[in-house]
Design a protein around this ligand. Structure first.
Ligand SMILES: *[C@@H]1O[C@H](CO)[C@@H](O)[C@H](O)[C@H]1NC(C)=O
Length: 284
């Protein structure tokens, strides 16, 4: 009796739950071999460590990229990325969701490289029904080339939230009902990532060019986790993130990022929109 009672002792249960949680996390963590295809780059994209790491490289002849096997209609995607170290001027590491066809939807993270020691720019955009022009740019509060950091896209029927290490940096709300601004909610999107050269505009507006003597440039992707659903199959409804809202904690962190690290916001660019700022700017 004594030994079976100890099976239910608190410390045993703690150990059991720890093990179950650890195992669930392990199973849940994505595997690049199962989840993505290297879509271009002729061998410059590589899946390593049994699917736990993916590297993209860029040289004078080509960049490289991968795409998710699945398409999502709503999802929560967390990916760890370590950006090109050293002199990455002219390079762009892109990580985005996109649908196909002319009136496409798209949600972008693009990391614009820089000279050693100068800050990367995180450039973001949201397209709905083919309409973009919604650029918001940030500096990061850490060196994104030293370690992996988690870059996330939450996409549910209420909003799209871009986060860095769990800190929301940008929110695009579904305002269709109130002001008619199209919101991505009908077209499935696939996840894409790529490393390519954009020396004509990426760094200081194109004034700093790529130093090809530093090639090949390499960006690394780790612990990819895409929890999505394909819509209308009911599977979405059981997902906690489907109803997730920003909350006051999220709002204050978002404000912290926007006050301290935002360097460009299309919603403040009155010169660019002499006819008036886009409608969503009064709320987003
Ligand atoms: C590169 O560094 C310069 C100087 O600090 C900065 O003005 C610029 O925003 C940085 N990023 C890019 C992508 O140009």
């Amino acid at each position: 009796m004594a030994s079976s009672a100890s099976l239910y002792s608190p410390s045993y249960l703690v150990l059991l739950f720890t093990f179950v949680a650890w195992f669930a996390a392990l199973v849940d963590a994505g595997n690049f071999n199962q989840d993505v295809d290297i879509s271009w780059g002729d061998g410059r994209g590589k899946i390593l460590n049994n699917g736990q790491l993916l590297t993209l490289s860029l040289d004078k002849n080509s960049g490289s990229g991968f795409q998710s096997k699945k398409e999502f209609l709503f999802g929560k995607i967390d990916t760890q990325i370590k950006l090109v170290p050293g002199n990455s001027a002219g390079t762009v590491t892109a990580y985005y969701l996109s649908s196909q066809g002319p009136a496409h939807d798209e949600v972008d993270f693009e990391f614009l490289g820089n000279l050693s020691g100068d800050p990367y720019v995180l450039h973001t955009n949201v397209f709905s029904q083919g309409k973009g022009n919604r650029e918001v740019q940030f500096y990061l509060w850490f060196d994104p080339t030293k370690d992996f950091h988690t870059y996330s896209i939450l996409w549910n029927p209420n909003h799209i939230v871009l986060s860095v290490d769990g800190i929301p940096i940008r929110e695009f709300k579904n305002l269709e009902a109130t002001n008619g601004v199209a919101y991505p909610k009908k077209q499935p999107m696939r996840l894409y990532a790529s490393l390519w050269d954009a020396e004509d505009w990426a760094t200081r507006g194109g004034r700093v060019k790529t130093d090809w003597s530093q090639a090949p440039f390499t960006a690394s992707f780790g612990s990819f986790n895409a929890d999505g659903c394909a819509g209308n199959d009911g599977a979405c409804n059981s997902k906690g993130w489907m109803n997730q809202e920003m909350g006051s904690g999220g709002m204050s962190r978002l404000r912290w990022v926007q006050e301290n690290y935002m360097i460009y916001n299309y919603c403040s660019d009155v010169q660019r929109f002499p006819q008036g700022l886009p409608r969503e700017c009064s709320v987003n």
